[in-house]
Design a protein around this ligand. Structure first.
Ligand SMILES: [Zn+2]
Length: 177
């Protein structure tokens, strides 16, 4: 039996989950919602046996539950709330394997992107663009309210590219003079 995407991701984030331990059919750690202080109500430091957060799977669907504050959510919702940058990668992996969208416990990549204002009719808008073309579309007047990690990376690479060109131009000028 191969290891699931979720378990791979759990291993990846384990070092950032205090008091993490593997149980027989679950993973246990300090609840990031109600135990983030690392202390109990009397100010005593928590130990592995007082950590109340769990990842567990039912019929291959991974979930999170805390036996202290009672929060119960799908693995996808937990990652979205606690690891927003990883969440995008997680949904992308699920989508690529065809286990996202309708009748799954994970949104499709398209749905997630549209949440950030990215759709086929509304492609990412970059502040700096080498090939900016005038548009006749009066609807495109504002940036999406939130920028995805990919947009941010794209934006940064555009800036890097411009800086590189600037540096090259400076060098060229210096050689001429
Ligand atoms: Zn909790």
């Amino acid at each position: 039996m191969s290891i699931s995407i979720e378990e791979n991701l759990i291993h990846y984030i384990a070092s950032s989950l205090p008091l993490f331990s593997k149980q027989s059919n679950s993973y246990r750690f300090q609840c990031p919602y109600c135990q983030f202080s690392g202390k109990d109500s009397k100010g005593k430091s928590l130990v592995p046996s007082t950590a109340k957060g769990y990842f567990y799977s039912i019929y291959n669907a991974w979930n999170y539950k805390c036996h202290k504050c009672g929060i119960s959510q799908s693995f996808e919702k937990f990652i979205a709330a606690q690891y927003p940058l990883l969440h995008f990668e997680y949904v992308k992996m699920r989508d690529q394997l065809g286990i996202a969208g309708y009748q799954t416990n994970c949104p499709s990549l398209e749905k997630l992107l549209s949440k950030y204002g990215i759709t086929n009719s509304n492609p990412p808008v970059f502040l700096i663009s080498n090939n900016a073309k005038p548009t006749n579309d009066p609807k495109v007047t504002k940036l999406p309210s939130m920028r995805s990690p990919q947009q941010q990376a794209g934006h940064q690479s555009q800036i890097n590219h411009l800086l590189k060109i600037k540096a090259q131009q400076k060098r060229d000028r210096e050689q001429w003079w």
